[in-house]
Design a protein around this ligand. Structure first.
Ligand code: ADP
Ligand code: MG
Length: 387
C-alpha cells in the first residue's frame, strides 16, 4: 500500500473512529486531441492517467455524508438530498453525485470518508471529474453490489457539472476517467457515445504533461461563453441547413457554412470545431501508422487553432508550448479547457532530461512561474485498492 493510502486510512480513523475502511482510486485524464468538441458532438481522444483521487471510506448507517479532503480546508456535514450551496465548496461535487444517483433510482446511504488527490487541481487534468467518478464508483461498490455501469457514472458526473455546479461541459472528462484502460487511448464519438480503445505505441518517443502552474481564472464563465457561441452559430447555420451538431459539418462544406455566419468571432469558433474534428481522425490514422512527425504537427495545428480561432490559451500556455517546440518536441498543445493549466508534448525520449531542464528554466525566465513536467502513464479507470 502506498503513502497516500496509508495516510487517508489513518486520518479516517482519527476523524471518524477506529473502524475498517475500504480504499478506492479514480484516475484523472489527458486529452490527446479533439478539444472543446465534446459539447459539439465531435470526436475526442482522451486517456486516463495514473495520477488521481484516493478515498478511505465506510458506511456510517445514517443519511449523512461526512467527507474530509486532505487537499481542502472546508468541512461540512451534509445530508443526502441537500441542495447545491456555494458554502459547501468542493463538497458540492460528491453531494451532487450522490443526489443524482439517487434521482436515477440507485441506492445511496450515508458514509464517512477521507479523500486525497495527487492531481494538480484546476490544472485542466479534470480533478473535478476524478472526484465525481470516485464517489460514484464508491456508491456502486458500497450500496449497489458494484452494479452501476461505469458509463452511467460518466453520464451522472456530466449531469452534476451541468445541473448542479453550473458548468455546461460535455461528457469527455467523466467518460475518459470512468472508462479508462491501461495503455489505451479512447476514441469517443460524443454524438452517440460510440467508442473504441486505440493502442498508443510511442516507440522511442514520450508524452509529457507540461503544467504552466498558471491558475485558471474565469474558466467557467469563459467555458459557458464558448458553448453559447457554438449554440448560437448552429442556430444561425440551421436557418438554411439541418445539422444536429457543428461537428457534423465536413471540411469540404466548411467554406459554404462559414459564409452563413455574420460575425467574425462565430466564424473562428466554428472553423476550430470543424477542423479539429478532422484532426482527431487524422491523428488516429497517423498513430496507427506510427507517423510521429505527422502526429506532432497535428498537435501543433490543434494548438494554433485553439489559440487563434477558439481563443482559449493565454500567455503561459502559449509560452510553454512554444518553448516545447523550440526545445525539440515533435508537437505540443494545451489540453483540457484551457485558459491556463496543462499542455501535453510529444517528445523524442533521448531528449528527455535536457528537454525538461531547458524548458523549465526558460519558462521561468519568461513567466516567473515554476512550471512542472510529468511523464504520462496511461492507466485503468476507477478501482478498489486491495490491501
Ligand atoms: P479541473 O477539473 O480541471 O481540475 P475544476 O475547477 O473543474 O478543475 O475542478 C477543481 C475543483 O474540484 C476544486 O476546486 C475542488 O472543488 C474539486 N476537487 C478536485 N479534487 C479535489 C480533492 N482531492 N479534494 C477536494 N476538492 C477537490
Ligand atoms: Mg473540472
Amino acid at each position: 500500500m502506498g503513502i497516500i493510502e496509508n495516510k487517508i486510512k489513518n486520518r479516517a480513523r482519527t476523524f471518524f473512529g477506529n473502524f475498517k475502511y475500504d480504499l478506492f482510486f479514480a484516475p484523472s485524464r489527458i486529452n490527446l486531441i479533439g478539444e472543446h468538441l465534446d459539447y459539439n458532438g465531435g470526436y475526442v481522444l482522451p486517456a486516463a492517467i495514473d495520477i488521481g483521487s484516493y478515498i478511505a471510506i465506510r458506511k456510517n448507517g445514517t443519511n449523512k455524508i461526512r467527507l474530509r479532503s486532505l487537499n481542502a480546508k472546508v468541512y461540512r456535514e451534509l445530508e443526502i438530498g441537500e441542495d447545491f450551496n456555494p458554502k459547501n465548496n468542493w463538497l458540492n461535487y460528491p453531494l451532487g453525485m450522490v443526489n443524482f444517483l439517487k434521482k436515477r433510482g440507485y441506492n445511496v446511504e450515508g458514509f464517512d470518508g477521507v479523500i486525497m488527490g495527487n492531481i494538480p487541481t484546476g490544472s485542466g487534468l479534470s480533478s473535478s471529474a476524478s472526484l465525481e467518478i470516485l464517489i460514484g464508483y464508491c456508491m456502486s461498490e458500497l450500496f449497489n453490489d458494484g452494479k452501476i455501469d461505469n458509463k452511467i457514472l460518466a453520464e451522472v458526473g456530466m449531469d452534476v457539472e451541468n445541473k448542479f455546479i453550473g458548468l455546461n461541459s460535455g461528457i469527455m472528462d467523466q467518460f475518459a476517467i470512468a472508462m479508462g484502460r491501461k495503455d489505451k487511448m479512447i476514441l469517443l464519438d460524443t454524438s452517440n457515445l460510440n467508442f473504441s480503445y486505440e493502442d498508443i505505441d510511442l516507440d522511442n518517443n514520450a508524452l509529457m504533461i507540461l503544467n504552466t502552474k498558471k491558475h485558471r481564472k474565469l474558466t467557467d464563465s469563459k467555458y459557458n461563453e464558448r458553448k453559447a457561441e457554438c449554440d448560437k452559430s448552429l442556430e444561425i447555420i440551421n436557418r438554411t441547413k439541418n445539422y444536429k451538431f457543428l461537428s457534423e459539418i465536413s471540411t469540404n462544406e466548411m467554406d459554404e457554412v462559414l459564409s452563413l455566419l455574420n460575425e467574425d468571432t462565430l466564424v473562428k469558433r466554428v472553423r476550430h470545431i470543424i477542423t479539429e474534428n478532422q484532426r482527431v481522425l487524422d491523428f488516429i490514422k497517423a498513430s496507427r501508422e506510427k507517423d510521429y512527425v505527422y502526429m506532432g504537427s497535428l498537435l501543433n495545428e490543434s494548438d494554433r487553432s485553439l489559440k487563434d480561432d477558439y481563443e482559449v490559451t493565454g500567455y503561459e500556455l502559449d509560452t510553454i508550448t512554444s518553448l516545447a517546440r523550440y526545445f525539440g518536441a515533435l508537437g505540443a498543445r494545451m489540453t483540457g479547457a484551457g485558459f491556463g493549466g496543462c499542455a501535453i508534448a510529444l517528445i523524442k525520449s533521448k531528449d528527455r532530461s535536457y528537454f525538461k531542464r531547458a524548458l523549465l528554466t526558460e519558462y521561468k525566465n519568461k513567466t516567473s512561474l515554476s512550471g512542472e513536467i510529468y511523464e504520462v502513464v496511461i492507466s485503468d479507470g476507477p478501482r478498489r485498492i486491495i490491501e
